[in-house]
Write a protein that binds this ligand. Structure first.
Ligand SMILES: Nc1nc2c(ncn2[C@@H]2O[C@H](COP(=O)(O)OP(=O)(O)O)[C@@H](O)[C@H]2O)c(=O)[nH]1
Ligand SMILES: [Mg+2]
Length: 354
């Protein structure tokens, strides 16, 4: 069991429950920095999770992810929904950071109590940045935000992991990335529930959108060929040019989600309502198809695995003196008197006595 809450933590939780934004900010900092008792706080918050729809926004740096995030939050606010966002992007933090442009765009939404925006510190996350980001998203969910946006730069595996933890993942590309479509990381393709071609005001946006649609169409066709025919219908035959269905128009089985491609100009807000509508349609599909339950179940199991890893790590290194054991063993290691495996086994034994 996590340690029980202390008085200060209980007081913080009361203010959090009352909807105080300063308490939310404080709690997020505790989680972000892995301060004493943060696991106990997350434990108490857990029953309050599950109301928010989580939206992952990922793509190359400068694609307009933050601009889109701000646009979506504005759109949700106009609908009376509250929106929280957490961004993992060391190159352009939401606040206090390098990009003046970001600050200006976020400022007008940042004064609103129904909005909370946070850039993640990318150092010192206990158990990894991806896990900590998901926990911050949990805190926003528990606070009562109906929409939680997680913005990440789609460059590395850990960023993709973050995006994959969302209910709906939006992959944002720009015309400049058109040439790289062939070489685009498979992971980024696989992660997408919705594709956005942003900066549609620039030349090449239409072409990129067409290429993406074509690629998705091809992939859908391939997918269908690998699905065994059901209800006596041979999908191969109906999809063939000579069949009753006109040329190359594979349609997905009725319970699958066809990944849409949308053009936006985030700077002017053009396409933002359409993006919100697509996210809403995907949310409905998640419910209808049972996918939301499946994804949440996987996420819960994954969280347990990650937390076990984090606890064992903390036990071995901080709480049962693993670092000191290693330090002490270094001369013997160097002299070849013990192997790294023997030292490691000793540290693990001290952490988890049999
Ligand atoms: N021309 C054009 N520029 C845009 C558009 N959306 C965003 N930008 C600009 O692109 C730059 C990067 O935007 P930002 O939202 O910070 O991108 P991020 O790094 O993906 O979060 C900023 O200077 C924006 O003003 C758009 O639709 N058209
Ligand atoms: Mg950004």
């Amino acid at each position: 069991m996590p340690t029980p809450l202390g008085d200060a933590q209980r007081a913080l939780l009361d203010r959090f429950t009352a909807g105080e934004l300063t308490a939310l900010a404080r709690l997020i900092s505790l989680v972000e920095n892995g301060r004493d008792g943060f696991e106990a706080l997350l434990d108490v918050l857990h029953p309050r999770l599950g109301r928010a729809h989580r939206i992952g926004i990922t793509g190359p740096p400068g694609a307009g992810k933050s601009t889109l995030t701000a646009g979506l939050i504005r759109h949700y606010r106009a609908q009376g929904l509250r929106g929280g966002a957490v961004a993992v992007d060391p190159t352009s933090p939401f606040t206090g950071g390098a990009l003046l442009g970001d600050r200006i765009r976020m400022n007008d939404v940042a004064r609103d109590p129904g909005v909370f925006i946070r850039s993640m510190a990318t150092r010192g996350a206990l158990g990894g940045l991806a896990l900590t980001t998901r926990e911050v998203a949990d805190v926003l969910d528990a606070f009562g935000f109906e929409r939680v946006i997680i913005e990440t730069v789609g460059v590395g595996q850990s960023e993709l992991d973050i995006a994959a933890a969302a209910d709906t993942t939006v992959v944002v590309l720009v015309p400049e990335s058109g040439d790289s479509i062939q070489t685009m990381k498979a992971g980024l393709m696989e992660a997408a529930d919705v594709f956005v071609v942003n900066k549609a005001d620039r030349p090449g946006a239409d072409r990129l959108a067409r290429e993406l649609s074509m690629m998705l169409h091809l992939r859908l066709g391939q997918l269908l060929r690998n699905i065994p025919a059901h209800h006596g219908v041979d999908l191969r035959r109906t999809a063939a040019p000579s069949g009753p269905v006109p040329a190359a128009a594979p349609t997905a089985p009725s319970d699958s989600w066809e990944i849409p491609v949308l053009r936006t100009t985030a700077e002017t807000g053009a396409g933002v309502p359409e993006l919100a509508a697509l996210i809403g349609a995907h949310a409905e599909w998640l419910d209808r198809s049972g996918q939301r339950r499946r994804r949440r179940r996987q996420r819960l199991a994954e969280r347990v695995r990650e937390q076990v890893g984090r606890r064992l790590h903390a036990l071995a290194w901080a709480e049962r003196g693993g670092a000191a054991v290693l330090e002490e063993a270094l001369p013997a290691l160097e002299a070849g008197e013990v192997s790294p495996y023997q030292v490691a086994a000793g540290i693990v034994r001290a952490a988890v006595p049999e």
